[in-house]
Design a protein around this ligand. Structure first.
Ligand SMILES: Cc1ncc(COP(=O)(O)O)c(C=O)c1O
Length: 399
């Protein structure tokens, strides 16, 4: 029995069956290449689903984490200040042009915090101004309010009763949003690029119209940038790629280079809503995660990472466009920066498996979309290798 197989057998015995996992066990990495416990290498187009933006064994990140570990204090509670969280909040606010930050540990938690913020803000104006409009095919997380905000019934099935006060508009269809707005609506929540919904970018005109609608009807605009934020579009924040500024932003995934961390950002009137006692997270902004976040945020601040994203995204897109013209089952290529989706007319699972067997990790988004969200530091050489494997896998699967 291989080393991986024995680990998988134990995992299958003791894990709850919440994931359908692929049969590989990953252990180490360098650049944008991963290695499993049997020593096999994989080019990584997944990055832990848009998490590991700085790739693997990144020098600055590794050094900063060692620094914190060597100081002996990983966590001190939000009863006290720590220098890394303060620096991370300052960098995030400046980069995102927001006023205040709340730290938590994941995307769903950031969205829960956003939902509490907008509801408190609405209820301060009228006790029933607490309704929230989100989009069909959106994804906001797995905890109760975030799951209810998610506009896909497959994630909600079996978990009723859901949280009241949510309704779902059609993405990129402003009239369908307008039709749901009432005096009870306090906020509209949207992913600038839908990630789990098939890598679907919003139209700029749609986001602009949402901004205007929120201004006219006195509602808050929330951007869930958990997947598409922090450099992935080629700008530090996805709102900057669209030049449409929300009142509230949620982040997680890439924020701390693989250490769990989420954040809620708010500006203006929204920034002052949550007051002592309203919200908290034990681990939020702990030293280890915050120190890692500072490394990413410094790289975003000096522009080096986003410059690289622009170049590699253009390079990857060129490769994917050439596949589009060669494989009849590819029906669409879409996305912004290093968040791209290739939609096929056939299910993508066999293609993902064929890639994996040949040393390439790609995730799906839904059943028919191949998702490309590599580390933001991926090299052209790694992209070249990945594309050779993808082409072979597409041929193998008769795409
Ligand atoms: C847009 C978006 N929001 C929220 C979440 C939930 O994040 P987490 O899994 O960290 O709770 C995800 C996760 O995929 C996401 O893509």
């Amino acid at each position: 029995m291989s080393n991986s197989q024995s680990i998988i057998d134990i995992g299958n015995t003791y894990f709850m069956h919440t994931y359908s996992q692929f049969p590989i066990v990953l252990q180490s990495g360098t650049g944008s290449t991963l290695f499993d416990v049997d020593g096999k290498s994989y080019i990584d187009m997944v990055a832990g689903i848009a998490v590991n933006s700085l790739g693997y064994k990144e020098e600055q990140l590794t050094a900063r984490l060692h620094e914190v570990i060597d100081q002996g204090l990983l966590h001190c509670s939000n009863l006290y200040w720590n220098p890394y969280a303060v620096k991370a909040a300052q960098l995030l606010s400046r980069l995102g042009e927001m006023d205040r930050v709340f730290f938590c540990n994941s995307g769903t938690e950031a969205n829960e915090a956003a939902i509490k913020l907008v509801r408190k803000w609405g209820s301060l104006q009228a006790s029933d101004k607490t309704d929230i409009i989100t989009m069909e095919h959106s994804f906001h997380g797995r905890t109760y309010a975030s799951m209810t905000a998610t506009g896909q019934t497959k994630y909600q099935k079996g978990f009723a009763p859901l949280v009241p006060g949510f309704s779902y508009a059609r993405f990129n269809d402003i009239e369908s949003v307008q039709a749901l707005v009432s005096p009870k609506t306090c906020a509209i929540m949207v992913e600038p690029i839908q990630g789990e919904g098939g890598i679907k970018p919003a139209d700029r005109a749609f986001l602009q119209a949402l901004r205007e609608l929120c201004d006219t009807k006195d509602m808050l605009l929330v951007f869930d940038e958990v997947q598409c934020g922090l450099g992935r579009t080629g700008k530090a924040f996805a709102w900057q790629a669209y030049d449409v500024k929300p009142d509230v932003i949620t982040l997680a995934k890439a924020l701390a280079g693989g250490i769990p961390m989420g954040a809620l950002l708010a500006k203006g009137k929204a920034a002052e809503v949550l007051q002592p006692g309203d919200h908290a997270a034990t681990f939020g902004g702990n030293l280890l995660a915050s120190a890692a976040a500072v490394v990413l945020l410094e790289r975003l601040s000096d522009g080096s990472l986003t410059k690289h994203v622009h170049e590699s995204a253009a390079y990857l897109r060129k490769h994917l466009e050439s596949l589009c013209s060669q494989f009849a089952s590819i029906v669409d290529l879409r996305g912004i920066g290093l968040m791209m989706g290739l939609e096929l007319s056939i299910p993508v699972r066999p293609i993902i498996e064929a890639c994996m067997a040949r040393g390439l990790l790609i995730a799906g988004s839904g059943t028919h979309v191949l998702r490309f969200v590599p580390p933001l530091v991926i090299s052209n050489e790694e992209i070249d290798k990945a594309m050779v494997i993808l082409r072979e896998a597409l041929e193998h699967c008769g795409a």
